[in-house]
Design a protein around this ligand. Sequence first.
Ligand SMILES: [Zn+2]
Length: 166
Amino acid sequence: MTVRAVVVAPSNVLSTPARKVLDYDDSVLQKVRDLIDTMVESPGCVGLASVQLGLSDQIFVVDVSKHKKTDICHGLIVAINPVIIHQSDPHKVREGCLSVPDFTGSILRYGEISIKAFDVTGCEFTISTNAFEAQAIQHEIDHLNGKVFLDRVLDVADVYPRKRYL
Ligand SMILES: [Zn+2]
């Protein structure tokens, strides 16, 4: 098991779009393992993007199965080169991030999304989901595009100091 340190903002790797994965080799598998190990060992963590481990590859992992806000749940999702192909039902949600440890913020997220991505063997798959799982996936895809949730805050009144550490 390899638990890696999570990069905290501001940081170049967090604000730079990640590179597409071109070769589905053992190094990709190792990065996926590190992402999963670090997510599992971080309390309250429901998703992690490669850039948060200082890796500039388009890979994220999400697992909301232990979270009480879940509606649809696909269990552990490993997504490489993900693209959102459908989004609807925008509404305001509260969000936090391991890379922004001192704040939470209210931002717009889509309540329903579909994504297209590749698994560790390079096979394409699609997932349609809603509610908290959809929010978590949008959060991780933002990371791969060089954004953290604070970049989506429209008003400073929508940023809150974090009181509770899970
Ligand atoms: Zn995050």
